[in-house]
Write a protein that binds this ligand. Structure first.
Ligand code: MRU
Length: 367
């Protein structure tokens, strides 16, 4: 895929038919840009579970559209309450760690429970899904601005040399409708003419870094280098990383951060080397109900085949190859938890705060 693509949004309503939701099927990037249509709530559930869409904010938005599609499908008022509840439970179970999913479904459910007129329900739930999507777009844009301000002292220290930022997984526009969370400050810096270079962790087993973040940065013309997941510590020891910025799938009241598996190891290496470790996230990624991330955040365990096989391009076809003995067992935890004490700052749409309960509460007093 040599040409720059125009699409820069990961989900939208079909302009000719508002009962169809369109997504980029992220499983085939960077080699093929495939657009898929979601025509039923079940299509949304499959898209989330099979990771056609992924990334916490986008999972939430897709689920919000899934609830809207359920409103379109709901046949009889009499049975609809249990139907919507069943849809909500199934959607929430499709990926358990990203809290944005339950947050978006519950917002729709509240609205559905208060409206009985079917036509009104359809139009109002569509509006809410679009509102949730717009909120995430605006939040990402603000995270970009706050993140850029936070980076300013580091940028000044570099005296015109590129700022080296390490990121893990994909917390870019593909994961968040537009702009991204971790990538938003990078895009903002690039737009402001600040030279940046991004170290992109490949992010095994599904390689969201090598496939998706690298693709996004390449489309945006931002200098970057893909590295094996094990390389970050070495780069940090040799002064080649100025800061880390990652996203989050769920962050607790006291600032423990669940993110893609391997994030914790980067935070440990960053602390050992005195390198700031920033986490960028919107309010929808906070789980206000819990404090202790290690004990309380459910960690998704995915199919071990994702570890044993690797996907790539071979003679113009996307293929999967086995990389371990077929009989060897493998285990595939999707996320880990970085304790708050390893997080230098949280970057949110309301500003920057420390990863502790008091500082988070100052930014979000209503929770
Ligand atoms: O399993 P994924 O690809 O959905 O995991 C995504 C991540 O871990 C991202 O870093 C996280 O969702 C933040 S996205 C803005």
């Amino acid at each position: 895929m040599k040409n720059k693509v125009k699409v820069q949004q990961s989900i939208w309503i079909n302009p000719e038919n508002s009962k169809i939701v369109e997504i980029i099927d992220q499983r085939f990037l960077p080699h093929q840009l495939v657009i898929e249509q979601l025509k039923s709530w079940k299509d949304s559930e499959v898209a989330i579970r099979e990771m056609q869409v992924r990334g916490a904010p986008l999972i939430g938005v897709t689920a919000a559209y899934g609830m809207y599609l359920a409103c379109v499908e709901a046949k009889a008022h009499a049975k609809s309450d249990s139907f919507f509840l069943e849809v909500a439970i199934t959607l929430k179970a499709s990926r358990p760690t990203a809290v944005n999913l339950a947050w978006a479904v519950d917002r729709q459910l509240k609205l559905i429970n208060n409206l009985k007129n079917r036509e009104e329900l359809i139009s109002t739930s569509l509006k809410l899904a679009q509102q949730i999507s717009d909120e995430e777009v605006n939040n990402s844009a603000k995270i970009g601005q706050h993140g850029l301000a936070l980076l300013q002292p580091l940028i000044e220290k570099k005296n015109g040399e590129p700022l080296n930022i390490l990121t893990h997984c994909n917390a870019g526009w593909l994961a968040c409708v537009k702009h991204g969370t971790a990538t938003a400050p990078m895009y903002a810096a690039h737009r402001a003419g600040v030279p940046v270079h991004v170290w992109v962790d490949e992010t095994r087993p599904r390689n969201q870094g090598a496939r998706l973040t690298a693709w996004e940065l390449s489309q945006a013309g931002i200098p970057h280098t893909v590295i094996p997941d094990n390389t970050g510590g070495h780069l940090m020891q040799h002064g080649l990383v100025d800061c880390c910025i990652v996203g989050s799938d769920r962050t607790t009241r006291k600032g423990d951060v669940a993110n893609k598996i391997g994030t914790y190891l980067k935070a440990l290496a960053a602390q050992d080397n005195g390198i700031p470790f920033y986490v960028a996230l919107p309010a929808s990624t906070f789980d206000w109900e819990i404090r202790d991330g290690v004990k309380e955040i459910p960690i998704e365990e995915r199919n071990s085949e994702e570890v044993k096989f690797i996907q790539g391009l071979y003679e113009k076809n996307i293929i999967k190859v086995l990389i371990s003995p077929p009989e060897s067992p493998a285990i595939n935890y999707g996320f880990d938890v970085t304790p708050a004490h390893l997080v230098t700052r949280l970057i949110t749409e309301r500003g920057v705060c420390q990863a502790n309960e008091t500082s988070i509460h100052e930014l979000f007093p209503e929770y």
